[in-house]
Design a protein around this ligand. Sequence first.
Ligand SMILES: [Zn+2]
Length: 236
Amino acid sequence: MQEKMERLKNLQGLDQELNAIRQKRQKLEEEQQVLNDEMARIQGMVDKLDGDIDVLKDERGKLNQALAQEQDNVKKAEGRLPGIKTQKEYVAVLKEIDTAKKMNKELLDSIQRKDAEIDVLVKDREEKDGELTALKEKAGSRGAEIDADMAEFNGAIEAKESERELLLGDLSTTVRKRYHMLLERRGGVAIVEARNETCLGCNMHLPPQLFNSLFSASEIQSCPHCNRLLYVVIQK
Ligand SMILES: [Zn+2]
């Protein structure tokens, strides 16, 4: 019985170690995820700005075309002036030129405003791109550390798992099932010490007969209150 309980105690110790490593591994995975999410978020902002800048540049291109058209109109109208015969026609062409020039001025203003808008977005994009580069560097160096730690944790988990398989192999299916069920239901503590007629798992009093039997019984005993498997430390 003592030997079997010893094995179970070792098993529980291993399981607790495995749990601790798995938790550390999960934390690293979460950290990696946060870095990836942040990179994706900023990349999304850069992409969005690229799209917005393209739209503005397209609009500016159209304004440029319109400006060229109006400038052409002015030239053509001015070219017609020398051949004009009547005062009335002359006034009409001058008015046409004046209107086209006003239009030119408005178009130039619009182009300037568009350029200013583009500048703002380009600066914003540069800033975000800088953030992204810095974050990628950080993710790269931290990622390498995380990868190294992960490899170490995975190795440790593998080693402990095979150790665990060996311990499990020596236990009967019934004991294994009881152990696993308790581990799950009792927060990872299935095996506890009994001391001074008390279960140290739930701190409840144990019947003296049960407590005394722990020193000699050949069967595994469990606490009548929390069902955990009990062992006693025998003073030598
Ligand atoms: Zn108990």
